[in-house]
Write a protein that binds this ligand. Structure first.
Ligand SMILES: [Zn+2]
Length: 564
């Protein structure tokens, strides 16, 4: 548990001397707060000193004030809570950034009426021939109406317009103008999905299926321009900063080709990246995976890049045949040849020291993946490579123990925030109570990290996700996960910070507020440690620092934006 102590810890660097004290004064000190350091003894301090982008000292307000020189910026925290910057250990952030400036978002919108209003606004503010697209990341249950739109409502919101609306990865609506522009007829094959027909056999505009069906449709919508993608990336990352986020473990995927990395690379090269990005490569053509991986990673040693933007290995889908679909009703049926191909690619990856970050919605898939990992490990040890399996809402103790034995990390996401009630119908109440078995994983000694799997299957808000970690409820308030599998506040926060840092080999550089580490932190609008759980999701950051720089500042700290 947290203990409130004010131990003074300063970083001793060779060459520090008393004569040089003024020269070594911090660039900034944050005093008079509640600093949740998440160090090894769960120290809660009052103040923090920052120098050269790193934490110089942590301690009481008096101790830290004494370090300040004439040029030191002093920030009064006014009793506010400071936490290490939040890190999503499994998110499609690069993809979300590409369209953020041009898409209509229904993520977190409280009612269908408001969602339709956003389509009406987009129709008014855009050119008549421009597409209006609502991506995934929303569910019926978040709306007060408890239902999705009808085709007629969408048509009425944007008469005569090309509109595409996607709900998670389970349904899409397309207006007649959109259908015509895509050139789809009732005979067009929809990969893994189908177009619904009315009684007279005509297209209704509604489509069902799993991920490839929607990727197929979305690929027919002309993308935003390069400049739109650059602006969208910056705006999206700033939105993450507003929510206290400072790093992502990104898993590209779903329709992202190498060319789509150029906008985020531009933002990085321009020094305008405000979230640390560790990214993976995922091949996009079924049956050609190994060829594409070898081709596109030939010049990419593991860890290539810097602490802002770094290549992290392969994932989350390494071969299409091993992908078991999203959340509910996932199917895992690879042939022996599929398993052999997967093993061949991952053996090659292990030989290069690459990380594998692999998707498994079901325990069946995770167990199948572990069999391959174990086989590889006999020839090429992988227990130092921190491979990752992600999701596994129904993970069994046996699978988690097998993962622990090979030092495989497990990242969990709040996908059941949206999909939980459907999951409960399919899997039953007892199974849902332990979905996912977070406490079991922690007790077994696995590194368990948190995240969202945004942008299509859950909202990106880390505070919403932390709330879900703490109460296990669906978006409509239905209790789903039980108290047995519910982490406490500090455990949940560690899953979103220091544990997440482990996955990208960064736990010695960031993830908690300890001298020598990067000054990546957030000053919160409310005290995460004590506010009622149902208010955790409403918390935002007033001041977010990445490497000591204020990448987001509002309210009392507005003037600090871009500084420190
Ligand atoms: Zn996934």
């Amino acid at each position: 548990m947290m203990k409130a102590v004010t131990t003074f810890v300063a970083l001793l660097v060779l060459g520090f001397g008393t004569a040089a004290a003024q020269a070594q004064a911090p660039d900034a000190v944050l005093v008079n707060g509640k600093v949740v350091t998440l160090d090894d003894t769960s120290t809660v301090a009052q103040a923090i000193a920052i120098r050269g982008g790193r934490i110089q000292a942590v301690g009481s307000s008096d101790e830290i004030r004494k370090l300040a020189g004439t040029a030191t910026t002093v920030v009064d925290l006014g009793g506010r809570t400071v936490i290490p910057g939040l890190m999503d250990s499994h998110i499609h952030a690069i993809r979300a950034g590409l369209t953020y400036s041009v898409e209509v978002s229904w993520i977190g919108v409280p009612s269908l009426a408001k969602g339709l209003e956003r389509i009406r606004d987009a129709a008014r503010s855009s050119k008549p021939d421009q597409w209006i697209k609502v991506g995934g990341g929303w569910t019926d249950m978040q709306f007060t109406e408890k239902r999705g739109p009808t085709m007629d409502e969408i048509k009425a919101a944007a008469p005569g317009r090309k509109v595409y609306v996607q709900r998670l990865y389970n349904r899409a609506w397309l207006t007649p103008e959109g259908i015509a522009a895509m050139g789809i007829t009732k005979d067009t094959p929809i990969p893994t999905g189908k177009a619904e027909l009315d009684a007279s056999g005509n297209l209704t505009g509604e489509f069902t299926g799993s991920n490839p069906a929607y990727n197929f449709l979305v690929a027919k919508i002309p993308g935003p321009t390069f400049q739109d993608q650059v602006e969208g990336t910056k705006a999206y990352f700033r939105e993450l900063n507003r929510l206290g986020m400072t790093a992502v473990n990104d898993v590209t995927g779903g329709g992202l080709f190498p060319v789509h990395f150029q906008p985020v690379q531009k933002v990085w090269r321009d020094g305008e990246l405000t979230v640390r990005v560790a990214w993976h490569f995922q091949p996009q053509i079924r049956g050609k995976e190994f060829e594409l991986i070898q081709q596109h990673t030939a010049m990419l040693p593991m860890g290539f890049g810097d602490d802002m933007f770094r290549f992290q290995g392969l994932g989350e889908s390494i071969t299409a045949a091993m992908f078991d679909g999203s959340t509910v009703g996932a199917v895992f049926n690879p042939t022996d040849a599929d398993l052999a191909e997967f093993e061949k690619i991952l053996t090659w990856a292990a030989g290069r020291g690459y990380k594998a970050h692999v998707h498994a919605s079901t325990n069946k898939a995770a167990a199948g993946i572990m069999t391959v990992y174990e086989s590889i490990h006999k020839k090429t040890p992988i227990d130092k490579l921190r491979w990752q399996i992600t999701h596994i809402e129904d993970a069994t103790d046996d699978t988690l123990k097998r993962m622990k034995a090979l030092n495989i990390g497990w990242s969990v996401q709040d996908r059941l925030l949206y999909a939980g009630t459907n999951y409960q119908k399919l899997m039953g109440e007892a199974q849902t109570k332990r979905a996912p078995p977070i406490k079991t994983g922690l007790k077994l000694g696995l590194v368990v990290a948190a995240g969202t799997d945004s942008d299509q299957v859950a909202p990106y808000n880390p505070l919403t996700s932390l709330k879900w970690l703490l109460d296990g409820k669906g978006i409509d308030g239905t209790p789903l996960r039980g108290p047995e599998e519910t982490p406490n506040r500090e455990e949940a926060l560690r899953m979103y910070t220091i544990n997440a840092a482990w996955f990208t080999f960064d736990e010695d550089k960031r993830g908690n507020l300890v001298p020598g580490k990067y000054a990546d932190l957030a000053v919160l609008s409310a005290d995460y440690m004590t506010v009622p759980v149902d208010q955790v999701g409403d918390i935002t950051s007033h001041l977010t620092l990445v490497g000591g720089k204020a990448v987001y500042a509002d309210g009392p700290y507005k003037a600090l934006e871009g500084k420190l």
